[in-house]
Design a binder for this molecule. Structure first.
Ligand SMILES: Nc1ncnc2c1ncn2[C@@H]1O[C@H](COP(=O)(O)OP(=O)(O)O)[C@@H](O)[C@H]1O
Ligand SMILES: [Mg+2]
Length: 348
């Protein structure tokens, strides 16, 4: 099937200005050469530590930011350089659910106004009230609360308002940027289940962003793992989660509690040394090499990594499994780093 969204070589560098003359002294390499597609009706999970470029990728796709390089196609059409006016008819097809259900809703508007505004902006005819109340019901809110304000709702209910607003104009793509990260763990599953059932009923396509691989795997058909602006691994959720090829994916997975499965395979933690390096001056070669446990296993020395890891950026390519990984020394089944990851099927 034709993909709904295709990005190719997508790059965003934010200039850093200094001094009286505000000269450009460097760039934040927020997103570098990112290529992927999202098929109709699927959920692509985008995961990685804070600061690795997930939100920037989302904002580029929604054209809230201008790409430095690369192309974005929506339904086969290149939208990379469309002006704000040219984007307007497309706006209703591309929606977003934000992380913080507190700051993303206008406190001075009622639910009716918040969810009804898109209808007014796009000149949709008919009774806004009944449309909004239908939506409220669909996302699990009491339609009688039409005239209430955001502060009268709990965090989970507010996120339902955000979801109703995103749904209002029957979009094709919804980008969910950390939609449950601000919610209590007990509420997270409710919102995730709501998103899944809406996807089924409205044939939605999701780009689902989270720093938490445990959350991403519950909802995703495929998973893309980002590190310092680049995709380091991408493939079917079961493959990425079950038999990761990139040492960074394995490290992220080792931090996810195995939880309810109660399987006999216990995850050991892979200790990642050091913090995420600055995207202003990313390490040369593979940006993960200063923290990579595999690179040290290859040389057999804790202080040394192979030369190609330090000098050449590994391309994203087939690496023995069904997924693609950007690593010169991808994990193999007999790898001790892969053995720490348990093999649970998706959605268990
Ligand atoms: N408008 C901006 N100007 C300058 N730097 C930015 C801007 N937006 C994001 N960044 C930087 O880009 C990098 C990626 O940020 P972001 O996409 O928000 O990451 P994530 O969502 O994965 O946490 C970070 O280093 C962040 O500080
Ligand atoms: Mg973010």
């Amino acid at each position: 099937m034709e993909p709904l969204v295709e990005v190719e070589g997508l790059t965003k560098r934010f200039p850093i200005h200094r001094g009286l003359l505000q000269r450009t002294v460097g760039h934040v390499h927020a997103v570098e050469d990112v290529t992927f597609s999202i098929r109709r009706g699927e959920t692509l999970g985008l995961v990685g530590e804070s600061g690795c470029g997930k939100s920037t990728t989302a904002r580029l796709i929604l054209k809230l930011l201008e790409a430095t390089e690369g192309t974005i196609r929506f339904e086969g059409r290149d939208i990379t350089r469309l002006s704000a006016r040219e984007m307007r008819p497309l706006r209703r097809e591309l929606q977003m659910v934000f992380q913080d259900p507190y700051s993303s809703l206008n406190p001075r508007q009622t639910v009716g106004q918040i969810v009804g505004t898109p209808f007014a902006i796009h000149g949709i005819e008919g009774s806004t009230r009944s449309k909004v109340q239908d939506l409220m019901e669909r996302v699990g809110l009491n339609p009688e609360h039409y005239n209430r304000y955001p502060h009268e709702f709990s965090g989970g209910q507010r996120q339902r308002i955000g979801v109703a607003r995103a749904l209002a104009l029957s979009p094709k793509l919804i980008v969910c940027d950390e939609p449950v990260s601000a919610l209590d763990v007990s509420i997270q599953a409710q919102i995730l289940n709501l998103l899944l059932s809406l996807q089924h009923d409205f044939a939605l396509t999701y780009l689902f962003i989270s720093h938490d691989l445990g959350v991403v795997r519950h909802v995703s058909d495929r998973i893309a793992v980002m590190y310092l602006g680049r995709i380091v691994e991408i493939g079917d959720a079961g493959d990425v989660y079950g038999v990761p090829k990139h040492p960074y994916t394995a490290a992220l997975l080792s931090a996810v509690p195995t939880g309810e499965a109660g399987g006999e395979m216990k995850r050991e933690r892979i200790i990642l040394s050091g913090d995420v390096p600055s995207p202003v001056d990313p390490p040369p070669g593979c940006a993960f090499h200063p923290r990579c446990p595999k690179a040290r296993l290859v040389t057999g020395s804790p202080d040394e990594v192979p030369e190609n890891c330090r000098t050449e950026i590994p391309p994203l390519r087939n690496s023995g499994g069904r997924q693609q990984a950007a690593c010169w020394y991808p994990l193999r089944p007999d790898d001790e780093l892969q053995r720490v990851v348990s093999h649970e099927p998706r959605g268990s």
